[in-house]
Design a protein around this ligand. Structure first.
Ligand SMILES: N[C@@H](CCC(=O)N[C@@H](CS)C(=O)NCC(=O)O)C(=O)O
Length: 217
């Protein structure tokens, strides 16, 4: 069966490939699994039909036969477990790749998303100028630690894995990307991820939704 994922009908990122269906699209492209996309509006995401698939009223979701999944990381893991290419065969290496998936979505993404939300929601607050360097510092701590671990390797632990896919995707978020100039090996790591043909296909597919919506509006 061809799985169906959900994505924004009208993405607030204006086609920059930042919405989290990007990770799912990229994983499906990496393993060569075709997929359908159901576009949803913000209003539809909060309706019972979508909430039955995604209890928090968000995208992406993934449906394949009787299986319905939410959480981009869980979907990427599911895809990686069922197709060769995104997780090593060796059991220990596989466990380490999965650890990097968690590291990306929890340890690294958390301060990045916090900085992002702060800039978006609190820019006009009197405490903005004082607090921003604190949140910058938290992102920089993680980027420094990650840069030290990556060193001059191409990927985090041997061959490209679902851990790299999620990590690159997290580092593409503007709150991290804007600081990457100070971390040349991380900037090169993200560029390597974005140069993968599967990434490009996923990006173009997501961008096409934005382009079509813009042409129609
Ligand atoms: N942890 C979730 C986060 C999903 C998420 O934040 N989705 C955003 C788009 S990137 C969304 O649907 N936002 C709309 C909303 O929360 O109302 C995942 O990784 O799937």
């Amino acid at each position: 069966m061809t799985p169906t994922i959900t994505a924004f009908e009208s993405s607030p990122d204006r086609g920059r490939g930042l919405a989290r269906d990007m990770a799912v699209r990229w994983a499906l492209e990496e393993v060569g699994q075709p997929y359908d996309v159901r576009l949803v509006s913000f209003a539809a995401m909060k309706q019972p039909a979508h909430l039955a698939l995604q209890p928090f009223g968000q995208i992406p979701t993934y449906e394949d036969g009787d299986l319905a999944l939410f959480e981009s990381g869980a979907i990427v893991l599911h895809v990686a477990e069922r197709h060769p290419g995104l997780l090593p065969d060796d059991a220990d290496a596989r466990a380490r790749a999965i650890a990097w998936m968690f590291a990306a979505l929890v340890t690294v993404q958390q301060p990045i998303v916090e900085r992002e939300a702060f800039i978006l929601m609190e820019r006009d607050k009197p405490w903005f100028a004082e607090r921003l360097p604190i949140l910058d510092g938290r992102v920089r701590d993680r980027l420094t630690q990650l840069a030290n671990r990556l060193g001059d390797a191409d990927w985090l632990d041997g061959a490209f894995s679902a851990g790299d896919l999620l990590m690159v995707n997290v580092l593409r978020r503007p709150a991290a990307a804007s600081l990457l100039g100070d971390y040349p090996n991380l900037a090169a790591y993200v560029a390597r991820g974005e140069a993968r043909p599967a990434f490009k296909r996923a990006f173009e597919a997501q961008h096409a939704v934005f382009a079509a919506a813009s042409a129609g509006s």
